[in-house]
Design a protein around this ligand. Structure first.
Ligand code: MRU
Length: 349
């Protein structure tokens, strides 16, 4: 029996298992994660993914490493974990919290990781309820990437809002962007929608504009990997294009995230580091469904993992701490509770 469990993480006394998200929905495969190196590999290939889940799983890996390597330099391990996913600030938040416990020993680290897990579950519930308050029966909501229970310890962020609305009896229709290149929408969100019993239709990312032009989208709800002091935010590549299109068609555009995704030390989106990924992800696709390459094998590729949406395109930021409009963001209200101390993020500047 795991001591702690979410949709995609099982925490045992001295080991961790994750649901391999590269295999979904074709196969539900639980994989042991027994070292920082194994965790880094899983995060790099997106077997472990979603900003909150990445931070929480890093905390457990660090705690378990500390328990089995009491003499080792834990800081050095934490630094390596931190550098694995430079954009998602939840990773920095969790590792900052863990490092603050180093002097208290391995047991304190295990307790801290469990507390972070419990916190994320509670934050999900709070932001999801706030998001659900904005939804009404008949709403057609478009979402991008995957922001559900798979990506967090709890009910999720943007998908969490849809799930809570469903629990309240609000009848929605959801349009799911397939989310090229790694298909988190087509594989994971479609699977979660079916699991939640929410009617949905899958679209390719390039269909969102004509869907909005046809008046078929009432709201867009997405997650975030990092929200800056000025409200700019990074999320899965394609989010910015969606925000531009929503703005043009006057469709309300919401970002749903926990306060742990806010980085008050990051003034604007220009400071957010964005990793470039393997060209093979663009030249074809691979997963439990098989592997196909359609481009010339040496086709030059530009493959940023995330893009940055400027605050001017956002209708409201839905956090666990409140729903903030542009004026509240300009006053820095979304940063309250996060503290102003810069977390040790990897930065471009
Ligand atoms: O590369 P991924 O799949 O980890 O990207 C995930 C997203 O972009 C999510 O929207 C974000 O992490 C928020 S998840 C609750």
């Amino acid at each position: 029996m795991p001591q702690l469990q979410s949709r995609s993480l099982r925490v045992h006394a001295d080991t961790l298992e994750y649901l391999d998200q590269t295999q979904l929905p074709q196969a539900e495969k639980w994989v042991p994660c027994d070292s920082p190196e194994a965790w880094q590999g899983a995060v790099k290939n997106l077997a472990i993914r979603g900003a909150p889940l990445i931070g929480l799983s890093a905390a457990f890996v660090l705690a378990q490493f500390a328990a089995s390597h009491p003499e080792h330099d834990w800081q050095q391990v934490s630094d390596r974990l931190r550098a694995t996913r430079p954009t998602a600030v939840n990773l920095m938040y969790c590792l900052d919290a863990m490092e603050a416990c180093f002097e208290q020993g391995a047991n304190a680290l295990a307790e801290r990781a469990a507390a972070l897990f419990a916190e994320d579950r509670a934050l999900c519930q709070r932001m999801a309820e706030r998001g659900a308050d904005l939804l009404k029966t008949g709403d057609r909501v478009l979402t991008h990437c995957n922001t559900g229970a798979l990506a967090t310890a709890g009910v999720g962020t943007a998908i969490g809002a849809l799930a809570v609305a469903k629990q309240r009896g609000v009848e929605l229709h959801v349009f799911v962007d397939e989310t090229r290149p790694l298909l988190q929408g087509g594989r994971l969100t479609a699977w979660e929608m079916a699991d939640l019993g929410i009617p949905y239709q899958l679209i390719t990312d390039s269909m969102a504009a004509s869907l909005m032009a046809a008046g078929k989208v009432d709201k867009v709800m997405v997650g975030a990997d990092r929200i800056c002091a000025n409200g700019d935010f990074a999320n899965k590549v394609g989010t910015y294009m969606l925000a531009v299109v929503a703005h043009y068609h006057q469709v309300p555009f919401y970002v749903v995230a926990p306060y742990t995704t806010v980085d008050p030390a990051c003034a604007t989106g220009a400071e957010i580091p964005i990793e470039q990924r393997d060209p093979a992800e663009i030249r074809g696709a691979a997963g439990a469904f098989g592997e196909v390459v359609w481009a010339p094998s040496d086709a030059p590729v530009w493959n940023p993992a995330f893009d940055v949406t400027p605050a001017s395109l956002v209708t409201a930021w839905i956090l666990d701490t409140g729903v903030f409009d542009a004026a509240a963001i300009a006053r820095g209200e979304h940063c309250q509770g996060r503290g102003v101390a810069a977390s040790k993020c990897w930065r471009t500047t």
